[in-house]
Design a protein around this ligand. Structure first.
Ligand SMILES: C[S@@+](CC[C@H](N)C(=O)[O-])C[C@H]1O[C@@H](n2cnc3c(N)ncnc32)[C@H](O)[C@@H]1O
Length: 310
């Protein structure tokens, strides 16, 4: 993990800071962000000439370029915007868009929709640089205003957590949102924390994301202990489960509707009789899913998307 931190913070932070500073220059995002930007001298050629108003904050996180080895160690496989929508659309965005269409010109119905959207919370418990939250925010803002304070995340590493906070602020400026709002991105271990403490489960809450995948053979001792924390007392043979299974179990226990990208191995072989009865025991059912498909970014990774609901 030390290697990843060094890779991200040491090698790439300069590039990111530069991107952000150009964004500030082109958009007039207030200088309060200067603290984060620091000294952005020495950035690559040509970057100054782009119009950073048009840059999607959802892709800023992609600039965190760990080596293949470091990515494998952390179970990191980054998600494209199209794949993110495969999760968010069936989870709740399609429903909001349909409600908007059905409302037509009715002020009463549009007001009801606006009230609903303004209270929806979106929570990514392995948020990386925040791309799911950013896409959710931007899509919701096309339907009705939603405060940035409705967006919650947990991320193990400090640097992507910082990027997530800042990228959300940039998205807010791009969408013309209320300007003194802040998201709730917590730096910590999602398998050791109470999700209720991070994102209280009141009203309409959706869990989304692309948590880390790591087969049992390749898990670190710490990751195995994380799984023990989630599964011991519930299952005897949890040790063969992929690390990502911890997020499905936590999501099921938390109780909000969820949509997570996962390695497809949790829907195959010995994982099925271990994980899924425990998930269904909580009262959850699968309410949408995509069967296995090849991952867009990382060759060799085959994923599934699974939506849970009570
Ligand atoms: C597969 S990446 C997804 C990141 C981003 N949402 C995306 O799709 O591009 C998983 C993220 O989970 C983080 N992570 C790994 N273990 C974690 C843990 N125990 N608790 C919270 N986050 C964790 C990693 O640092 C990484 O940023």
């Amino acid at each position: 993990m030390g290697g990843f931190e060094l890779g991200a913070a040491g090698l790439v932070e300069g590039g990111l800071l530069m991107v952000f500073s150009l964004f500030v220059r082109d958009t007039g995002v207030p200088r309060e962000l200067g603290e984060f930007l620091g000294d952005s001298a020495g950035y690559p050629e040509g970057f100054e000439d782009r119009d950073w108003r048009k840059v999607s904050p959802a892709i800023l996180g992609e600039r965190i370029e760990a080596t293949d080895e470091e990515r494998a160690e952390m179970g990191i496989h980054y998600t494209s915007e199209a794949s993110i929508l495969k999760v968010l659309n069936p989870l709740f965005l399609d429903d909001l868009r349909e409600q908007k269409k059905a409302a037509g010109d009715s002020i009463r119905k549009l007001t009801a929709l606006s009230d609903r959207v303004s209270q929806i919370k979106v929570f990514d418990p392995a948020c990386g640089a925040g791309n799911f939250l950013i896409v959710a925010y931007k899509e919701m803002m096309k339907i009705a205003p939603v405060p940035l304070s409705n967006f919650y995340g947990i991320e193990l590493q400090e640097f992507p957590a910082k990027v997530a906070r800042l990228s959300l602020i940039i998205a807010m400026y791009q969408c013309g949102g209320g300007q003194d709002e802040r998201s709730h991105i917590v730096c910590g271990n999602a398998l050791r924390m109470s999700w209720e403490d991070v994102c209280p489960l009141d009203g309409e809450v959706y869990v989304c994301g692309n948590p880390p995948y790591r087969g049992s053979t390749w898990q670190s001792q710490e990751q195995k202990e994380d799984l023990r924390h989630v599964f011991s007392g519930r299952a005897k043979n949890w040790k063969s489960l992929d690390y990502v299974a911890g997020w499905f179990m936590k999501a099921a226990g938390y109780g909000a509707d969820s949509g997570l990208v996962s390695t497809n191995s949790i829907c195959q072989g010995q994982s099925v009789p271990i994980l899924w009865p425990l998930v269904f025991e909580t009262g959850c059912r699968i309410h949408f899913a995509y069967t296995s498909f090849k991952w867009c970014g990382d060759a060799g990774v085959t994923v599934a998307i699974i939506g849970l609901s009570r």
